[in-house]
Ligand binder design. Structure first.
Ligand code: AHR
Length: 495
């Protein structure tokens, strides 16, 4: 079957919230420490302790929002241990992630500085699992209260006169698991209680995010929406792409057979079904779609790189990860009526990272490049697309060979992003443009692809997988005749 696509440049379906391009940085392995924070005395060039090379790379992809401090770490984190003179800060054990010592050198002030330097919104996840209501309430007061109060005064003593702007606040993380092993009914009640004391001070208005479901736990979404829906602005969802079994072996990031490529694509595509079904439940209680779906953890999760600390979740990143990222963005765009934010796990050195570091060296992963290619969709208007796709068949199983999404930006430029997930065959596409004069338009594009399924960048060869100019689109009247190589992600601009 041929691949046929119609892009309706004059039918808008809603705004693609730029926060769909959000990130997540946990106190896990070498994400915060080494990956972002090296300290002011480090020989690695830094701005007040934050490494400059990573800052510069993240600025380039326009990070809109950054989630911190966890993850599972969030429900064991006591924020007061992470403020004040660094050398006097309490040391703790990071029980979830390798049992290493956490010296609390990266705390609230350092995180807020990072967000200021990136010009992104902070998204802080509070501690419900092992923290008190008072502790959560005082954290918000510490960060956002302008007047005279114990917490605001303490912030000033610690060197910050003005309150920070804080919009996004999560009330716990994975409270069905590492965040307290709760039943949804119990968490819904706790959510109601904790969120009451997450105050809006002055003109700082907090967007409250309730801890959401794991994968296809639709009952969790049902119970939360029914019992607390009107008290939340967002409800989270977590889903990771794991080709194998979470406990018995997830599969290697680099050394994998063909069938694991196929399974990875199939599992990544499952995100579409999850969003659809959770949205349907949310629609029942919130037909106006006021409550955003916040997919604040997603991405590939493979076995750790051999020889690395199993608690550090360090994995390499290949062209397969690039396809997973592109697939997810196409799905997120197409659900932009409900999906208001997503945060890939995680920014540096952990899981499906944008950046890997080794001492003073830094490389950009194939996933990073997809974020860069797709940033044109941030805050653009989603366009209606009609499509029929050929099949990608492997061992008798079938998937659509191509996925697509399209948007129009504020300047009127149309961007079409396409993923050919087939690891062997190119995809030939007939793409009709409606509502735009294709014949008179300037068409350009960027592609990321590779010859090997496990092509990746290393510290020795950092540019093996990187974007290049796409020359596979020929204008024919109001149509584009497109050839997508196997294993490719492409973004086409029409202006
Ligand atoms: O991202 C790694 C971990 O995965 C997070 O800490 C947790 O929330 C999830 O289970």
């Amino acid at each position: 079957m041929n691949n046929n696509v119609i892009v309706n440049a004059d039918i808008r379906k809603g705004t693609i919230n730029k926060n769909i391009y959000g990130h997540f940085s946990e106190h896990l392995g070498r994400c915060i420490y080494e990956g972002i924070w090296v300290g002011e005395d480090s020989p690695i060039p830094n701005t007040k302790g934050i490494r400059n090379d990573v800052l510069e790379a993240l600025r380039q992809i326009k990070v809109p929002v950054l989630r911190w401090p966890g993850g599972c770490f969030a429900d064991e984190y006591h924020w007061k241990d992470g403020v004040g003179p660094r050398e006097q800060r309490k040391r703790m054990v990071n029980t979830h992630w390798g049992g290493v010592v956490e010296n609390n050198h990266f705390g609230t002030h350092e995180f807020m500085l990072l967000c200021e330097l990136l010009e992104c919104e902070p998204y802080i996840c509070g501690n419900v699992g092992s923290g008190t209501v008072q502790e959560m309430s005082e954290w918000v007061e510490y960060m956002t209260f302008d007047g005279e109060s114990p917490m605001a005064n303490w912030r000033r003593e610690n060197g910050r006169e003005e309150p920070w702007k804080l919009k996004y606040f999560g009330v716990g993380n994975e409270n069905w698991g590492c965040g307290g092993n709760m039943r949804p009914e119990y968490y819904a009640d706790l959510y109601r209680r904790y969120q009451t004391y997450v105050r809006n001070y002055g003109d700082n208005k907090i967007y409250k995010i309730a801890g959401g479901a794991n994968v296809d736990d639709y009952n969790w979404t049902e119970v939360l929406m029914k019992n607390a829906g009107w008290l939340m602005d967002g409800l989270s969802l977590h889903y990771y792409t794991i080709p194998g079994d979470f406990w018995l072996g997830k599969g290697s990031a680099l050394d994998f057979p063909e069938d694991e490529w196929f399974i990875t694509m199939k599992k990544a595509l499952h995100m579409d079904e999850l969003i659809t079904k959770h949205s349907t439940i949310m629609d029942k209680y919130d037909p106006e779609k006021r409550v955003g779906m916040i997919i604040d953890e997603w991405g590939t999760w493979f076995d750790v790189e051999p020889g690395t600390n199993p608690g550090f979740l360090y994995q390499q990143n290949t062209i397969r990860d690039a396809l997973v990222a592109g697939l997810h963005f196409n799905i997120f765009h197409n659900h932009c009526d409900r999906v208001q934010m997503t945060n890939i796990a995680q920014t540096v050195n952990v899981l499906q990272a944008m950046i890997l570091t080794e001492g003073e060296k830094m490389i950009l992963t194939p996933t990073y490049h997809v974020f860069d290619m797709y940033k044109v969709h941030q805050d653009a208007e989603l366009l209606a697309v009609d499509s029929t796709f050929g099949e990608y068949e492997y061992n008798g199983e079938k998937l659509p060979q191509v996925t697509v999404s399209a948007s129009r930006d504020a300047a009127g430029k149309v961007h079409i992003s396409l993923c050919n997930i087939d690891h062997r065959q190119e995809a030939v596409l007939d793409l009709e443009l409606r509502g735009i004069d294709a014949a008179g338009a300037k068409v350009s594009g960027t592609i990321i692809t590779a010859d090997q399924m496990n092509a990746h960048n290393t510290f020795e060869q950092p540019d093996t997988v990187k974007p290049a100019e796409f020359t596979g689109a020929a204008v024919q009247g109001n149509k584009l005749a497109i050839k997508l190589p196997a294993m490719s992600v492409v973004t086409i601009a029409v202006e």
